[in-house]
Write a protein that binds this ligand. Sequence first.
Ligand code: ADP
Ligand code: MG
Length: 339
Amino acid sequence: MGKGGLVSAKKKIAMLAALSVAVITVIVSAFFMPRTTEKNFFAMNTVCNVKITGKDSKTVAQELEKTVVGLDENVLSRQNENSITARLNLNGGGEIDEKLNEYFSVLLDVCQKSGGSFDFTLGKVSDLWGFGGEAAVPNPYALYNELGHTGYENIALSANSVTFEDEFAVDFGAAGKGIALDSIRENLGKSETKEAVVSVGGSILLYGDKDFSVGIRNPEGNAGSYVAILNIPEGCVSTSGSYERFFEQDGKQYHHIIDPETGYPAKSGVVSVTVVSQSGILSDALSTACFVLGTEKGMVLAKEYGCETVFIDENKTVYVSDGLRDRIEITDKAYTFSE
Ligand code: ADP
Ligand code: MG
């Protein structure tokens, strides 16, 4: 073997060594690289979607599903007769823990500040409309009668108990998805998650140190079609829309957001309201409250809570609060910004 052969053998060894280091580096970094897990499941009467990037993302995603399903079945559900809410409704109140006290006090505050446009004691009225199953316009007398058994003013809250009229049905339907987002964020904070986007129906949690793109659904289109795109940092985004749940009877459409004054679907000229907040429960409750209140009063209410909003009205006009003006882009030319 000549000198040249010796050099190339040495070169070959060096190259092989470099290659092995490279391969090992790739394998090791692939092992430690944050993994992304995506998962869909059903809870709170709606479809939930979880997308998580970080260490043990698969386990974290499983835990999140358990959290949401557990919160629904054990705490907030009115249908599951063993849930805390179902038992409170059966007994006209009872003992509550710190968390439930917090939900009650936040929601009572929204009831008050919205002048009663938000009212989470409408359970029996919602039942009459049957939005969960066989929906139909209720008998006006029955509706009038059930309206008599509503009114947040009649809820008496203390540190560890709540009391209300026996005939009342407390309904967390307008805020439960947001409550779920707050619990999810708490869980994520304890994990090594880098980024996450979790949607529970029309409420979305954005988690991580970056800007996220969130589409605002086209009220007339299907689930994948958007009117505008928001570019926002981490937080909670909830949208309430008349298109989410509705039925038709005698050529008229009836949706599931009720005006507590009349017992009928709210008619404020708004077709969708999106609320951005650091708090999940507030984003969800306020999106419902703002839908009932309409654009002008709704904007004032959300501002009182330091939340940002996007309203879309029947004329396809888009109203944006100050903090989102530079963070929104209309993607459907049929829609225009308000003057
Ligand atoms: P979605 O369920 O489509 O996310 P919302 O968050 O706006 O929509 O909540 C609507 C639900 O809230 C209804 O299905 C009903 O259970 C309840 N609800 C309806 N009207 C009101 C209201 N004015 N205040 C509080 N809760 C309401
Ligand atoms: Mg809501």
